[in-house]
Ligand binder design. Structure first.
Ligand code: NAP
Ligand code: G4F
Length: 374
């Protein structure tokens, strides 16, 4: 008779460990997480978070013509015993299958996506392949593996699924009305995740995350475009910042807080779907003003609509709007209610928008100051 009895998992002060009992000896086996999208903003913070929780972290990176691991290189150097990178691609179901069967993870986080809403209008087919079919590829791979009972799956859903919002603030019960190929593709993945949960009894959960930012945010998203643009203007490295719709409103949090929620979503007894948000809403224009304040810059606003411009103390235009950055259909305002996450996950955001702006500005300003000195 085999003396090893698998006893499941225990929750020790958030430190989740699988263990096996061998009569006199207890072997602690580290949990394994497989993260699709490890090289992105969230992937890098989630990897750091999971390593602190003593997971073995396996990340999937794409083959690209230039380096795409800058957000995780520091982890690789420090923790290389528990951190592994594998080539793969969500659109390549064979690679998804073989990675899952090779690694045999306890938890899978699908953070991989073509995540830019405006770009999704230009490459809708590609966006659907990655953001919709990619998720299905993972769900099918889990279903056809022998680990359907063991693997917990997290799908990175988004407030963009609420789109042209039908109520405010948005909750888990608010109907979806996506407004972009990105939002529609993510809604497909949301429903597929729920469907596999209900059809095959899989532990598959959706996070419905509202906008979250950080110094690692992609440079073409509006918050980072603003912190970089205004830092460069302050340093005389750029004359003007050209933006799109500065009146749209978002519920912005910090990515560090949001990856903790992603993990908590997989630690519940039953799989479920959760809104993760701050319940605070600000316009893009307000965000610009916060960044300017942090940089000790004065911006004087004049004009209305597309003609509204931001001027500096010398009456020079430093911010203007262009239709070029408008989307064929806009999501005007998002505001999330994270009450369910607070109640069930005991999650709440810790970092305020002012602290977020301070951190982003400090890092971007310092970077361009150093570049200038070179
Ligand atoms: P991100 O910085 O754009 O990262 C996306 C990641 O997906 C990158 O690692 C990227 O790899 C990878 N990827 C793209 N296409 C892939 C493919 N075909 N196969 C495998 N990997 C692929 O996004 P993020 O801000 O971290 O967001 C993480 C997830 O949450 C995304 O799914 C996003 O849609 C969703 N989300 C984000 C927010 C937010 O405000 N940040 C809010 C709600 C939901 P490369 O580095 O090679 O490009
Ligand atoms: O920073 P954004 O591009 O983020 P968006 O479209 O809200 O999407 C982000 O958050 C979603 C969650 O709600 C994620 F699912 C998604 O993956 C992504 O991370 O734009 C924010 C707002 C929009 O209304 C946009 O029209 O800012 C407006 N905006 C104004 N000027 C601009 C610009 N957006 C960008 N990217 N660039 C501009 O120049």
């Amino acid at each position: 008779m085999n003396k090893n009895y698998f006893l499941g998992s225990v929750n020790v002060d958030y430190l989740q460990l699988s263990y096996s009992y061998d009569f006199n000896k207890v072997n602690i086996i580290m949990k394994k997480a497989l993260v699709f999208g490890i090289t992105g903003q969230d992937g890098s913070y989630l990897a750091e978070f999971l390593l602190k929780k003593k997971y073995k972290v396996h990340g999937v990176k794409r083959k690209s013509s230039s380096f795409n691991t800058s957000r995780v290189d520091h982890i690789y150097e420090k923790n290389n015993k528990n951190f592994f990178l594998h080539y793969g691609d969500l659109t390549d179901s064979l690679s998804v299958n073989s990675l899952i069967n090779l690694i045999k993870p306890d938890e899978i986080y699908n953070l991989a996506a073509q995540s830019h809403v405006a770009v999704s209008f230009k490459i809708p087919n590609y966006t659907a392949n990655v953001d919709a079919i990619g998720c299905l590829n993972i769900l099918e791979a889990i279903k056809s593996s022998r680990m359907i009972k063991k693997i917990k799956f997290y799908q990175a859903g988004t407030s963009e699924m609420f789109g042209k919002v039908l109520e405010s603030p948005q909750t888990e019960k608010t109907p979806f009305y996506p407004r972009s190929p990105y939002g529609v593709s993510k809604a497909f993945s949301y429903w597929m995740t729920k469907n596999y949960r209900e059809s095959y009894n899989m532990f598959a959960s959706n996070g419905i995350l509202f906008n979250h930012e950080s110094p690692r945010r992609g440079e073409t998203f509006v918050t980072r475009k603003i912190t970089i643009g205004l830092s460069k203007i302050k340093l005389g490295l750029q004359k003007k910042l050209v933006l799109g719709n500065i009146y749209s409103k978002r519920d912005w949090g910090h990515a560090k807080d949001y990856v903790e929620a992603q993990w908590l979503i997989l630690q519940t007894k039953k799989p479920d779907d959760f809104v993760i948000a701050t319940k605070k809403q600000f316009s893009v224009k307000y965000f610009i003003n916060l960044v300017a304040k942090e940089l000790k810059m004065k911006i004087f606003w004049r004009g209305k609509g597309l003609n509204e411009k931001g001027y500096d103390e010398n009456n020079r235009v430093i911010i203007e709007c262009s239709k070029k950055y408008f989307r064929p259909s806009e999501v005007d305002a998002l505001l999330g209610n994270p009450a369910k996450a607070k109640k069930i996950l005991n999650w709440k955001p810790k970092i305020s928008i002012k602290e977020l702006v301070k951190e982003m500005v400090e890092i971007d300003y310092r970077k361009f100051l150093n570049d200038k000195k070179k």
